[in-house]
Design a binder for this molecule. Structure first.
Ligand code: TXA
Ligand code: MG
Length: 325
């Protein structure tokens, strides 16, 4: 049984597990999260695999407070004001990643931004203190299902996929954190959540922009915020041509002398997911005409990888289809 009462001892064990790249579930004041070291792309890939997410949505990273946030992201005056008012608590801020940000690209699904939040739950804080790591944690449920607010829900959803489920009792708020995008002075409400809009307005002294105001594609983690390489992709390639780069997969990769990255020599989709966004970025910067992408199997995390490849290959076509009911 992975459920264990959250004690100093079990929290220390969970922290050690995180440092080893193992995933653990833990309570926050909003909902239970499925956590991984945000610095470890393979561990983060295990979170996506456990949730069975068909897409790589960017994840929220949990930190102790402002100082830690500043080591990963650019925190401007507007963000600082919100942090002073609402952290620790149910507010996540999407901020520009710093150049030196060590958080895995997979956490932000390849975007130049990162969502950060400082939880107030004592177990979540004790875990962050013991692990001394930023912890990436989406809700600890299977994709498309209701967020868990007690440890037993987590077990019903995920069984023993997390090595441990720290039981800290029922979550006080029971609703996900509110997510705000910060872009200079502009503050956009990306997800309604446990911190009401009115409270945020009071602190800012003005209205919040809704994502619909900025783009026709409204939901966060959807097309508008998706990372796409500037270099065209050629999907389902069996070989690469001169002037191309090769994004390979598996042991049967063709011989190629140009820039090449194999997502997983041994054909492992969790390894491929862990390397995916960083690989796209590297090949995008290689100055080639196009990136030839070998076929990726469609099962497991391959579904999310293929989803992202298709969006990157034809963003315009998908933007249109996304507006259909
Ligand atoms: O209450 C919560 O926030 C819970 C607990 C565990 O802390 N966590 C949670 O995480 O709900 P998750 O990963 O399920 O929610 C992430 C949300 C998504 O709506 C995602 O699209 C948005 O945050 N998000 C994360 N990073 C983003 C980014 N860089 N740009 C835009 N949206 C982002
Ligand atoms: Mg969720």
């Amino acid at each position: 049984m992975p459920i264990v009462a959250a004690t100093k001892e079990s929290i220390a064990r969970a922290a050690e597990a995180l440092a080893r790249g193992v995933i653990v579930a833990f309570p926050t004041e909003t909902i239970y999260g499925l956590g991984a070291s945000a610095l470890d792309a393979s561990a983060v890939a295990k979170v996506f695999a456990a949730k069975d997410r068909p897409r790589f949505n960017p994840l929220i990273v949990h930190v102790l407070g402002l100082d830690e946030a500043e080591s990963h992201a650019a925190v401007n005056d507007t963000a600082r004001k919100l942090i002073r008012a609402f952290w620790p608590g149910p507010l996540s801020l999407v901020l520009p990643r710093k150049k030196a940000c060590a958080i895995a690209d997979l956490v932000s699904a390849g975007l130049d931004t990162i969502a950060l939040r400082s939880p107030s739950h004592p177990v979540a804080r004790a875990l962050l203190e013991a692990a001394k790591l930023p912890i990436a944690a989406p809700s600890a449920n299977r994709s498309g299902r209701i967020s868990p607010t007690i440890a037993a829900h987590v077990e019903a959803e995920l069984g023993d996929l997390p090595a441990m489920i720290l039981d800290g009792g029922p979550c006080a708020l029971g609703l996900e954190s509110t997510v705000l995008g910060i872009d200079g002075d502009d503050v956009t409400l990306l997800r309604l959540g446990a911190l009401p809009r009115e409270e945020i307005k009071k602190v800012l002294g003005r209205k919040l922009a809704s994502p619909e105001a900025c783009s026709r594609v409204s939901s966060p983690g959807q097309l508008a915020t998706h990372y796409a390489p500037l270099t065209p992709l050629r999907l389902d390639a069996r070989s690469a041509k001169r002037g191309e780069a090769l994004l390979a997969f598996g042991p049967q990769a063709p011989d190629f002398t140009g820039p090449t990255i194999n997502l997983s020599q041994r054909g492992d989709l969790v390894e491929a997911a862990a390397k995916f966004f960083a690989a796209l970025r590297t090949l995008d910067a290689a100055g080639v005409e196009s990136i030839a992408v070998m076929p990726i199997p469609a099962h497991g995390l391959g579904e999310a990888i293929n989803d992202r490849l298709k969006r990157a290959a034809s963003p315009a076509a998908l933007a249109v289809s996304a507006e259909l009911p």
